[in-house]
Every structure is written in structure tokens, then in C-alpha cells.
Ligand binder design. Structure first.
Ligand SMILES: Nc1nc2c(ncn2[C@@H]2O[C@H](COP(=O)(O)OP(=O)(O)OP(=O)(O)O)[C@@H](O)[C@H]2O)c(=O)[nH]1
Ligand SMILES: [Mg+2]
Length: 364
């Protein structure tokens, strides 16, 4: 999964990036980070289920699901187009993490002169919408020529695309993002290569004050009602605090969180929200001495899941043995689960459920 972090200048993007990726993430190969360039880090998804399974099987290798995070430079000034590099990286992301500043801090001046997160959400949304509008307008211009010079059989497709793009253009002109506007799968495929940013699921990350850790639920509810929309999630956390906690040894952080009144792990909450946003489920495999987590889209079949693991498994698929992770933990071993008839046998079309432990039987 690729998540691109965007936001207005000084909203806390890099701080969030460091909170998620750890304190060393930004020092690409020891060189001091350049704030005007993109930085990428691979983050291991915290996963309690995986850890418990690994402990049960005494796995030597534990492989969690990975998320690639992209810290993108903010546009240089209000209304300036995104840099080509940032736009292309955003265009390839699975979801956008939109960081908005809600923290007060005298020594970090807000570029607009005051802290007003709702205004800032709209400002960045507008910028992304302009970006999409420009893409659509360029494409429509090209299509005009294509349709005029097309042979009769090919004209149809061009006209259909024209219709679709005109509909989307209208939405953008009304300041509406494209998210949720395209439900037809073939239309979605048609648009896939265009890098339309407001079409992507978005996670609104409200960067709150250190002292507001106890108010996260309230802040999230407020932003959800002020910025509703399909494929939108809201998470409130204090990026600076989370970045500081990420530097501490893990066994010390729980006590600190308790003391500060910030209950859960902010990075974990953000990543869970991203999984929900993208409608992903996670299945597990235990093979040899490796225990591994695999995120896949909801409704993925056992056959496709096998293909994720290895193409040979998909080609030679015979059947899958399946058990929910917590059932397996209760039973203590696969043999015990089998004895009690809890290890189910499923075929190619079985829709993999969140938390399933899969054992794929296949021939090569
Ligand atoms: N008090 C407080 N300060 C924060 C928080 N998040 C970020 N900051 C501070 O705000 C300043 C800017 O943070 P950055 O993470 O560099 O912001 P950015 O969005 O990456 O900035 P640009 O890349 O320059 O656009 C830094 O001094 C941070 O320490 C927060 O949650 N609370
Ligand atoms: Mg930055």
C-alpha cells in the first residue's frame, strides 16, 4: 500500500512521517534530508494478531504487512501547482493522507497568519481539485480531435469518454471532489492512468496540540461532520508527540501515554484507518518458520489470495485449509484444530475473511 502525505506548508507532514517511520527515516543514507524533495519510508504495520500467531508457532521470521509512506513537499505557495514529482507520486498512491494543522504554536508561524484547520482543509482540497480540472481539460481538448478524426467504430469509445469527463468536470467546477462519483468499474479503469487526485480515498489527519490527546474522539467527530464524503476517514493525533514517543523504547511508551492521557498508539490508529479506507482485509500464513500477514481487497477469493503468495500456488491450486486466527489460538495447534473439525476446507471461490489463517494446498 502506498500512502502519500500532503498538506499545506508547516502542517506537520514530516513530523507525522517520522512518527510513523521512526526517528531515522528522514536521513536518506546519512545525508541531511532536503525538505523540498520527496522522502519514502517503509513502515511495518503493527499487528497484534500476527504477533500472537508467531508466538504460538515460535516463528523465527515474522513478516508484517508493509506500507510505503511518501512525504511530499508542500506546494511553494498558495495556488501554485504541485511540482511534477509530487503530482506523479501522488497520482500513484493508493490513498492520500491530508495533514491539517490544528496545533497552536507561536514559534511556528502559520503561513496564513492564523490556525484555522477547516479553512485549510478547503484550501488544499481546492488545490487538488484545480489539479484534476487541468488534467481533465487537457484530455478533453485532445479527445475533441480524436473524436472528429476517428473512424466510425472508434468514435463511440471517444464519445463515451468525453461524456464521462464532462460530467466530472462539472463536479469539479462545483468544488466537489471526484471521490465516490465514479462507481462503474469500466469507467474507473478508463480513468486509472490519469492520476486524478480527488478520486483517491482520503484520510484527513488532524494534527492536534500536545494537550488535546484526550479529545481525539471529539475532534474526529467534528471534522467528520464538517467534511463529510465517501471514502473519507478522519484521525486526530499530535504528530510531534507521536514522533517523540516513537523514539522511546517500546516498553516505556505505554506509561507515558497513560500519564499524558493519550491512550492508543497514533500510528496504529492511522494505519487501521487506512486499511478501512481501502477496504482491505488481512489473512495470515504460517509456512516453515515464517509467519506472515497479507493485506488484500475485501472479497478476494482463495485462488487470488494464493496468487498473492506465489504464482505457482495459483496455477496449481487444489484447495485451501482455513481457520480464523483466534480459533487457531484457542486450539493451540493446527493438528488440534483439525481434530476438532475446526479447520475448514474451502475451494477457489471462497472469499477470504479478515483474520483467516490460510494453508494453500497446490501441486506444481
Ligand atoms: N506543537 C506542535 N508542533 C508541531 C506539531 N507537528 C509539527 N509541529 C512543528 O511544526 C513545525 C513544522 O513541522 P514539519 O513536520 O516540518 O511540517 P511540514 O508540513 O513537513 O513542513 P513543510 O515540509 O516545510 O511544508 C516543526 O517545528 C514541528 O516541530 C504538533 O503536533 N504540535
Ligand atoms: Mg516537510
Amino acid at each position: 500500500m502506498d500512502l502519500a502525505i500532503v498538506g499545506l506548508p508547516l502542517s506537520g507532514k514530516t513530523t507525522l512521517f517520522q512518527a510513523l517511520a521512526g526517528p531515522h527515516a528522514q536521513r536518506d543514507g546519512g545525508r541531511q534530508a532536503d525538505a523540498r524533495r520527496e522522502h519514502v519510508a517503509v513502515v511495518r504495520t503493527p499487528d497484534e494478531r500476527l504477533e500472537k500467531l508467531a508466538a504460538l508457532f515460535q516463528s523465527k521470521k515474522v513478516t508484517p504487512a508493509e506500507v510505503r509512506l511518501h512525504d511530499l513537499p508542500a506546494p511553494l505557495e498558495r495556488g501554485a501547482a504541485l511540482s511534477g514529482e509530487a503530482a506523479s507520486s501522488l497520482g500513484q498512491a493508493d490513498a492520500i493522507v491530508h495533514v491539517v494543522r490544528a496545533f497552536q504554536r507561536e514559534d511556528v508561524p502559520h503561513p496564513e497568519g492564523s490556525v484555522d484547520p477547516h479553512r485549510d482543509v478547503e484550501a488544499l482540497n481546492l488545490e487538488l481539485a484545480y489539479h484534476d480540472l487541468a488534467i481533465i481539460e487537457r484530455r478533453l481538448e485532445k479527445l475533441d480531435t480524436v473524436v472528429r478524426s476517428a473512424r466510425p467504430g472508434e468514435r463511440e469509445a471517444g464519445l463515451r469518454e468525453q461524456q464521462l469527463l464532462r460530467r466530472l468536470k462539472e463536479r469539479l467546477e462545483q468544488d466537489e471532489p471526484l471521490r465516490g462519483q465514479v462507481t462503474d468499474e469500466s469507467e474507473m479503469r478508463q480513468l486509472a492512468g490519469y492520476g486524478l487526485l480527488t478520486l483517491k480515498p482520503v484520510l484527513l489527519l488532524v494534527n492536534i496540540d500536545e494537550g488535546d490527546g484526550g479529545r481525539t474522539a471529539e475532534v474526529e467527530a467534528e471534522f467528520r461532520s464538517r467534511h463529510p464524503g465517501p471514502q473519507t476517514e478522519v484521525v486526530a493525533l499530535c504528530a510531534k508527540l507521536e514522533a517523540e514517543l516513537a523514539e522511546l523504547p517500546e516498553d516505556e511508551t505505554a506509561a507515558f501515554r497513560h500519564e499524558l492521557g493519550v491512550a492508543d498508539n497514533g500510528a496504529g490508529r492511522l494505519l487501521s484507518a487506512a486499511y478501512r479506507l481501502l477496504d482491505l482485509v488481512t489473512f495470515y500464513t504460517v509456512v516453515g518458520d515464517e509467519c506472515r500477514a497479507w493485506p488484500v481487497p475485501k472479497a478476494t477469493t482463495a485462488l487470488a489470495a494464493a496468487g498473492r503468495i506465489h504464482t505457482d500456488m495459483e496455477r496449481g491450486f487444489i484447495r485451501a485449509e482455513v481457520i480464523p486466527w483466534d480459533r487457531l489460538l484457542e486450539q493451540g495447534s493446527l493438528a488440534e484444530a483439525k481434530k476438532h473439525g475446526l479447520l475448514r476446507t474451502e475451494g477457489k471461490q471462497y472469499a477470504v475473511q479478515d483474520g483467516d489463517v490460510l494453508h494453500i494446498l497446490f501441486h506444481v
